[in-house]
Design a protein around this ligand. Structure first.
Ligand code: ADP
Ligand code: MG
Length: 251
């Protein structure tokens, strides 16, 4: 069981402030949604969280481990799905997953079992010996998700896991995320899709221009935004960003 703690996290790219003093505490086993428009800083936050980017300032702890001070130890606990996963297109599905699993140090017999189970649960068994490069976009996303979880991470960091997938694939990916979380995996996922955030995450942080505008479950976000009890997240989002003195129409 692992919680995530982000304190006063700031990230600059040159003069651009991509994250501005972000603090978040994510409980063990929680499914946490990061919602914001394009360019809000979602991917930057997730990359910093998994140790790919170094913070300009602030601290991130995965359980008790500081990602900057002890990246190797922290990374062992994390499964990360990038925004645009790069897969080895010249390997077969089986070869690619074995390659990733071995790098992750998964024992051979366990790895074989995990690969078979995962391919089965995603309905990908018949693609076991196909080259990754010949798979459809949705199939590639499923293979990337399997690769993300082969080492049974306690923390899943998923950057827009459902973007650009057909409805059927979305359902199976949603089910897969649900299955991970019933096993107590702490999950943080980003999305610009309000429906995904609303149906999937327990708590949601709304991020805009590198700042956390609001955090809470949909009920408390509605309350903060002073919107009706049946208000859509979209209205809540627009209201909350408005109250920070910005005109959403200009975005
Ligand atoms: P999101 O994932 O919410 O769409 P990003 O974190 O990708 O947002 O980007 C946040 C801001 O940081 C954007 O203005 C983007 O152009 C900028 N940015 C992202 N990555 C880099 C980079 N490597 N170098 C410079 N600017 C970047
Ligand atoms: Mg992004």
């Amino acid at each position: 069981m692992v919680e995530i703690s982000i304190e006063n996290l700031t990230k600059h790219y040159g003069t651009l402030v991509a994250l501005d003093n972000v603090s978040l505490a994510i409980a063990s086993g929680e499914v946490f949604g990061l919602l914001g428009p394009n360019g809000a800083g979602k991917s930057t936050l997730l990359k910093t969280l998994v140790g790919i980017l170094r913070p300009t300032s602030g601290t991130i702890r995965i359980g008790a481990i500081d990602i900057v001070a002890d990246p190797e130890k922290a990374k062992k606990m994390i499964g990360y799905l990038p925004e645009n996963p790069s897969l080895y297109t010249g390997l077969t599905t089986q070869e690619f997953l074995q390659f990733v699993g071995k790098i992750r140090g998964v024992a051979d017999d366990l790895l074989d079992r995990k690969i078979s189970e995962s391919l089965k649960s995603f309905g990908l068994e018949e693609k076991r010996n196909s080259l990754v490069g010949t798979l459809s976009k949705g199939m590639k996303q499923k293979v990337a998700l399997i690769a993300t979880s082969l080492h049974s991470p306690q923390v899943l960091v998923l950057d827009e896991p459902l973007t650009a997938l057909d409805p059927k694939t979305r359902v199976s990916v949603k089910d897969w995320i649900g299955g991970q979380t019933t096993r107590g995996v702490t999950t943080i996922l980003s999305t610009h899709d309000l429906d995904v955030a609303q149906t999937h995450a327990g708590r949601i942080a709304i991020i805009d221009h590198g700042k956390i505008v609001a955090v809470g479950d949909i009920e408390s976000l509605r309350h903060m935004a002073n919107t009706a009890s049946d208000a859509r997240l979209e209205d809540v989002f627009l209201r909350l960003t408005e109250e920070k003195g910005e005109d959403p129409a200009r975005r």
